[in-house]
Design a protein around this ligand. Structure first.
Ligand SMILES: Nc1ncnc2c1ncn2[C@@H]1O[C@H](COP(=O)(O)OP(=O)(O)OP(=O)(O)O)[C@@H](O)[C@H]1O
Ligand SMILES: [Mg+2]
Length: 329
């Protein structure tokens, strides 16, 4: 069965005057129905571009993108419009993009339902359910200025769910919040993801994101480069190991993504540390494939290759976080 979101070799080129900016350059990504995915990456790496394409706000230049069985590259404009209105909920970083300031929280949540032509009784019940779900039913008459930043994002989440979407996209929804409030909003997104079986993608710069989601994908230069997966659920870990330690330290593994053509990205810090230029040799060893820098014209490599394990053991201080476990645990 195909994944809920399937991107293959996705390319997005923006043309500005005579210049072309390649925002996505052959991105591959598969997301299962109901998955809660974090997306991280440096500024300009293509995160918003990807979200805009998945939400039907923008079209890719080439490649393959299917969401819930719908081909977003080939869908006619009218179909893309309907898709965006009915199947996608957005939560943006800026409140002004999520909410209408002169309406109350309740009216903000009800507005998309009115536009969609939802019946009066259903609208009333669904507005109440959503405002209760985000913990703001008591604040339903408050306007934007009478709510804190975190509360505004709670309303924004309710608004995003008003049209009963299957896909929820958050572009830095916690970007303007302090870290405690940000964790609360991430927890709420997780709760909504489970309660309404939403496939949820959250773009963030929050280093704590791995704690809040099932999987974190890193985008580098318009391609998925690595991903971090929670290896054992806290509950499972608690049953088999020290309960206190496992509750505070879930186990994460970071993988480097290999695309359909067999390409992988070696992170810049590793390239630097191992003197890897633009050429390497690959050697099959008993443990796996050893990537060895090449010295000379195109490589900057030294003669001796160092495997990550050897490198780790020879480094001081030993506290240093290994490259494959950079995410907070
Ligand atoms: N509408 C546009 N027109 C031209 N270039 C664009 C447009 N939108 C994005 N870009 C360019 O595409 C690249 C990717 O931008 P994008 O906004 O997707 O990055 P991002 O990962 O979301 O960054 P940030 O973390 O700063 O939000 C950047 O080089 C950006 O300048
Ligand atoms: Mg962005």
């Amino acid at each position: 069965m195909e994944a809920f979101i399937q991107c293959e070799n996705l390319v997005k080129i923006y043309k500005v005057a005579e210049l072309e900016v390649v925002a996505l350059q052959g991105l591959d990504l598969a997301v299962q129905r109901g998955e809660l995915l974090g997306i991280v990456g440096t500024s300009g790496s293509g995160k918003s571009t990807l979200l805009n394409i998945l939400g039907g706000l923008d079209r890719p230049s080439a490649g393959h993108v299917v969401v819930n069985g719908r081909n977003l590259l080939k869908a006619p404009d009218a179909e893309l419009d309907t898709y965006r209105r009915r199947e996608v909920g957005f939560v943006w970083q800026q409140t002004a993009r999520n909410l209408i300031p002169y309406l109350s929280a309740k009216d903000n949540v009800a507005l998309p339902m009115t536009i969609a032509g939802m019946g009066w009784a259903e609208k009333r019940a669904w507005t109440q359910e959503l405002l209760e779900a985000v913990g703001l039913w008591d604040h339903r008459q408050h306007k934007l200025a009478q709510l804190s930043g975190g509360q505004q994002q709670r309303v924004a989440i309710a608004v995003a769910l008003a049209n009963k979407p299957t896909l929820l996209l958050g572009d830095e929804p916690t970007g303007e919040l302090d870290s405690t409030t940000a964790q609360e909003i991430l927890a709420l997104l997780r709760e909504m993801n489970g309660r309404y079986n939403l496939t949820t993608l959250i773009v963030t710069h929050d280093p704590q994101i791995a704690r809040a989601v099932d999987r974190v994908v890193t985008i580098r230069d318009g391609r998925t480069s690595s991903e971090t997966v929670r290896r054992v659920s806290d509950v499972e870990a608690a049953l088999t190991q020290n309960i206190e330690a496992s509750a505070s330290a879930p186990v994460y593994e970071e993988y480097v993504v290999v695309d359909n053509a067999g390409r992988l990205q070696i992170p810049p810090d590793l390239r630097e540390a191992h003197g890897i230029g633009d050429r390497v040799t690959l050697e099959a060893t008993e443990e796996g494939v050893l990537i060895r820098p090449v010295s000379g014209k195109n490589g900057r490599g030294e003669e001796t290759a160092v495997t990550p394990d050897e490198k780790q053991s020879s480094q001081e201080p030993t506290e240093q976080i290994p490259w494959w476990r950079r995410w907070p645990r």
